[in-house]
Write a protein that binds this ligand. Structure first.
Ligand SMILES: *[C@@H]1O[C@H](CO)[C@@H](O)[C@H](O)[C@H]1NC(C)=O
Ligand SMILES: *[C@@H]1O[C@H](CO)[C@@H](O)[C@H](O)[C@H]1NC(C)=O
Ligand SMILES: *[C@@H]1O[C@H](CO)[C@@H](O)[C@H](O)[C@H]1NC(C)=O
Ligand SMILES: *[C@@H]1O[C@H](CO)[C@@H](O)[C@H](O)[C@H]1NC(C)=O
Length: 378
């Protein structure tokens, strides 16, 4: 009797332990399922809000190195920055850190933008951006048409310094709404990547802009003259080909490894470049910008951005041309006793390379000075 009762108790005990364990496991399971679900929901809502698959909050899928480039003849003896370029040459998708999808008022209304100023600017160049915003890159109505401004940026440095520079751009963005920033290293060799990413952005957000000025943040661009020149083109409202600047022809890659522009055969095999316009700045129509973007899809990236534009034009059988008023190689001033910053030289120009912020500010003031007298010839 007691034996049977003991066995029953024992069985009951074991059973209840089983039940308790089962219940516990169930509760834990439910909890973790709910936790997982809520994490997924958070993640999805962040992704929806930012409308990006590669968000800032979640590790972005990094573009892997192309290891087979290391099999190229002479690869190991190339300078480090060129080896680095070759490893990542195929990468064309980078997360946007700062975006302005409404810069041109939406796709439909983007035709109201007559001249879009597209200025490549590294995060550290704060002073240059500040002075451009006050001078030739001011967003304004000139001669009845709209001028809009965009700075293109990547990221520089590492760790805290990189974070600080990103914060600087965020602060500028809050005040001016004029920056597009991608999460790639903003280096000389990545300028073509920046250009290609911009063209892709333009096709998506501002496809009907009439004309673009594409340039560096250290040039003096007489944007008033640019608008007047573009308005004088009677048969082109931006829907036909236009690509003008300082035309460079019959040149090829520099093969000496000490040069900033060194391009070894592993990067560009041919000994010649197609005609192109010097990269300090050039003017192009919206139409030509879209054609270049289309061509760029099937042309491997060459690190020299202005030559790469020439390659895209050549593939589309379009020619770049020169304009007298573009001096990306510096202004030729005939006599040594003449002031190289005489505003009368700059009043007639479209573009001159290499200006410091203070000179930029002063020159913009002086060419707009009604009292400025510029002799009988000009
Ligand atoms: C989100 O992205 C999709 C596809 O890229 C696009 O069609 C849609 O317009 C975007 N939505 C917003 C709110 O930007
Ligand atoms: C990787 O590099 C090799 C050698 O240059 C090239 O043939 C191949 O197309 C590259 N792969 C990608 C994905 O770009
Ligand atoms: C270009 O940017 C990518 C992404 O940040 C980086 O991996 C690569 O090293 C950069 N290339 C050069 C030549 O600076
Ligand atoms: C883009 O290029 C393809 C061929 O590569 C061509 O069929 C298409 O018409 C082009 N589109 C534009 C807008 O130039």
């Amino acid at each position: 009797m007691t034996h049977l009762r003991l066995r029953t108790y024992l069985l009951l005990g074991i059973l209840s332990v089983f039940i308790i364990i089962h219940l516990l496991v169930d509760v834990i399971d439910q909890k973790s399922i709910r936790l997982q679900a809520s994490m997924k929901k958070d993640r999805n809502s962040i992704m929806e809000a930012t409308n990006q698959t590669d968000t800032f909050f979640w590790p972005s899928p990094v573009c892997p190195r192309n290891m087979s480039v290391a099999n190229m003849k002479g690869f190991d003896s190339l300078p480090a920055h060129i080896r680095d370029f070759l490893y990542y040459r195929h990468c064309r998708r980078f997360p946007l850190l700062l975006d302005l999808p409404d810069k041109c008022g939406g796709v439909e209304r983007s035709g109201d933008v007559f001249l879009l100023l597209v200025i490549k600017s590294s995060p550290v160049n704060y002073e240059r951006r500040e002075v451009l915003r006050k001078t030739w890159a001011k967003e304004r109505l000139h001669n009845g048409v709209w001028i809009r401004r965009l700075f293109l940026s990547g990221t520089t440095n590492q760790g805290f310094e990189k974070m600080r520079l990103n914060k600087l751009l965020q602060a500028e963005q809050r005040e001016y709404n004029d920056i597009i920033q991608w999460d790639f290293t903003d280096s000389f060799y990545n300028l073509t990547l920046k250009q290609v990413l911009f063209l892709e952005w333009m096709e998506r957000n501002c496809p009907n802009a009439r004309f673009l000025f594409n340039g560096d943040d250290d040039v003096f661009a007489n944007t008033d003259n640019m608008v007047e020149f573009l308005q004088s083109l009677k048969d082109n409202d931006g829907r036909k080909h236009l690509f003008i600047g300082h035309l460079i022809q019959n040149v090829g890659p520099i093969r000496s490894s000490g040069s900033k522009y060194y391009i070894p055969v592993q990067v560009h095999e041919s000994n010649s470049y197609p005609p192109y316009c010097g990269g300090g700045g050039f003017l192009l129509s919206g139409y030509t910008a879209l054609v270049i973007h289309n061509m760029s899809r099937s042309i491997t990236i060459l690190p020299i951005d202005d030559v790469y534009m020439g390659m895209c034009l050549a593939k589309a059988a379009l020619a770049p041309s020169s304009h007298m008023g573009v001096k990306t190689a510096g202004l030729y001033i005939p006599a040594s006793n003449v002031d190289t910053y005489d505003p009368c030289y700059y009043k007639e120009m479209l573009l001159v390379h290499r200006f410091l912020p203070a000179q930029m500010y002063l020159m913009w003031q002086r060419i707009h000075d009604r009292a400025l007298k510029c002799g009988s010839s000009g």
